[in-house]
Design a protein around this ligand. Sequence first.
Ligand code: WTA
Length: 658
Amino acid sequence: MSEQTTEDGDGGGATIDALLAEHRTFPPPAWIKKEALVTGTFLYDEAARDDQGFWARQAGELLDWEREWDTICDWQLPYSRWFVGGTLNVAHNCVDRHVAAGRGDKVAIHFEGEPGDERTVTYAELLDEVQRFANALKDLGVQAGDRVNIYLPMIPEAAVAMLACARIGAAHSVVFGGFSSQALADRINDAEAKVLITADGGHRRGEVFPLKPAADEAVASTSTIEHVVVVRRGGNDVEMVDGRDHWYHELVAAAAPDCPAAAFDAEQLLFLLYTSGTTGKPKGIMHTSGGYLTQVAFTHKYVFDLHPETDVFWCTADVGWVTGHSYVVYGPLANGASIVMYEGVPNHPGNDRFWAIVEKYGVTIFYTAPTAIRTFMKWGAEEPAKHDLSSLRVIGTVGEPINPEAWMWYHVNIGGERCPIVDTWWQTETGAIMISPLPGATTTKPGSATFPLPGITAEVVDEAGAPVTVGGGYLTLTRPWPSMLRGIWGDPERYRETYWSRYPDRYFAGDGAKLDEDGYLWLLGRVDDVMNVSGHRISTTEVESALVSHPKVAEAAVVGASDAMTGQAIIAYVTLRGGADVPIGELREHVAKEIGSLAKPKTIYLTPDLPKTRSGKIMRRLLRDVAEGRNLGDTTTLADASVVDEIQRRAADTPAEG
Ligand code: WTA
């Protein structure tokens, strides 16, 4: 890595500076290419000639349709409809057809509970349970078009509940089990859900966390819920309200076994998923059926180079996030894969739990978040070294930019320097992976998500909307894609305003990005986080990556705090690798050496942890508040609020380094 001058976009408008230069490259390994689904450019070439025709071919090849569509895509900015006139059943595509094809005995879900209990669910068993539960929902009055809320731990019943809704044309709205009763109530009210599916409790960090009491509290402040279904998992005592509450196992046992999978319109609402963004009330992102399932099946197959007969796929995300929707449930099951589902935290009973699971189930494809990887770095390479990870073939990341050194750590310690890494960029709104390497076809660079997938057109533009060819700017998408959001539930104005107003004719993702001289895309984080230091627009991601490239650093969060001299000053919060110690001055000089003295943090605080959202993203807004001495606003979305107290204490104790 070297210092590099910054480059502006071609359009002359302001952009984000490009500071970090990463020159390591990793071509697809020969052993992967030998069996890979894609080794050349044919998919890219086909999609470039005719993207709609390309998606139509994928829809036809990857899914079963009851009726074929009349129109591939009806695009009336900002609304798209895909496979118009086509009908299908999503649950049939994820379950029934695999059983009908003779693969009923194949494992759909290897479930591992946190206490160590296991449950194996075959496709035939999944079909049976989905049908019975779909009938149970119908008996409770759920009809096509209704909304059903799901508030569950990571257990097979979460997938069953989602598929049962899909089977009868009801839309689900999954709320992460770690969210409060207030968050659940807000989402139930916004969606006007009729039924809530929850559990007594689940297992987390060696204890039972109760869910039902929070569900009860939420239901008390809603008016639309008619029935509550309760899965027994935690074994904790719960109160059941007569007539309203039902045990899941009793409903399933009493339900009729057959529930035909009637076909629904390709544009039938499949789910709402609420995303909070940085401000304002959560947005109910709308996803529909045919286009969504086409693109999640396509990306799951090609991005992970899926060989469904032999692969064991493990995506560590919770079903409460879009990653859990698209790559725990819909993508893998549509492709007839075997998945691993794990209920608990990565450090129970020991810091090697994930690696024990990889070894136990022979996981071949592993998909996780950079935040988890940085935590593993902190815990040390000896944890994965305790286990045989040689079953792994392809490993992936999603959720945040991955710092090049974290990428290298993942490559060496998890991938055994043998597995390709797919760094996948996408959003709740995009529904499916948009920018990513293909394991057998793309030469990767640590920290770059590389190129848009076939059928996807991304462009980096400057402030004025002019395309940037080399350098930093704002990530936009220029063509509709099948799994794009269909809107924000109940708020079309906010939909237009949030995604389609900054640049006419383009989807604005809200992320900064840069293109290097080889055309590789590098994500630079949310544009709200970009700092302005002495007139230079510097991305937090690049300074964080420079810090993480120091051998003693595990994780860093960088924010711009207002500064009389420079407009904003760079403040860094740094977590060291286990047991390490390092003088602050050395870290500042390291950043200067890596990316230039302009980006040298004014102040660095060492801290044992960083504030994260419950989905694992660093909360820079809070750190900005700390740095600027403001009272902290809402901390309820934090995974662990005590982290902020600790950081505030240290900020008060540590003399600023200037
Ligand atoms: C960020 C998660 C860099 C980005 C699927 C995006 C990433 C937001 C990457 C969406 C990546 C996701 N590299 N940044 N590979 N993947 N992001 O809605 O800022 O939880 O806009 O969806 O995460 O987060 P969401």
